[in-house]
Design a protein around this ligand. Sequence first.
Ligand SMILES: N[C@@H](CCC(=O)N[C@@H](CS)C(=O)NCC(=O)O)C(=O)O
Length: 213
Amino acid sequence: MKLYNLDLSNFATKTRIVLYEKGVDFEKADPPGGMGSADYKKLNPVGKIPALQLDNGQVIPESEVINEYLEDKYPQNPMLPKDAEGRAVVRGCSRFHDLYLEPPLRAVLPKLFGQKLDDQFIADKMTEVNSRLDQLESAIGSPWATGANFSMGDAALAPTIFFMINMLPAFGSKGPLEGRPKLAAWWANIQERPSTKKAIGEQQAALNAFMKK
Ligand SMILES: N[C@@H](CCC(=O)N[C@@H](CS)C(=O)NCC(=O)O)C(=O)O
């Protein structure tokens, strides 16, 4: 099994966390030609990272679809509860991440790649990020995002919160944990868990290399 991956990518890190939790063997591969390249689009037409290539050649794109596939295929160390209601809660958490929490951060990332963005645009996106973080603070569980068990919700949130810790102040915002004690307590737990420690450690190393450039 091959994961088209970049260690810096928060969505690829989301999937690596699930692979590490389940102890599944996989090979990491850079997207041929880079993200969005014509060569990579032959494998994943949308061109985004991550995508999982199975040993039979099938390519599964989209972090959430890959994570659901991994859960179906490798039920050990479950990332979803058994009951339908609990599964809805976890899926709601990763969907909140994908649809509402992460997009306003993503909108300002081009600035890190040298693109000029309007100051008001950045300020508006920071207001939106902080309002989503407040919603997360009011809903987050303990010790894990959706309660007693580590889940796909934690896998979705952790790599983006890592980005926010490292990036929000550079965009003129307070850090995501500041004034949010439940989120800060959850983040302390994330730093102790082997799967997140490893995956976010890789993300950190890739961020350090990116910052050096
Ligand atoms: N909905 C996608 C989002 C993936 C995504 O945005 N990946 C970024 C890297 S973190 C990417 O590939 N960007 C390049 C592009 O959009 O062409 C998923 O969950 O996998």
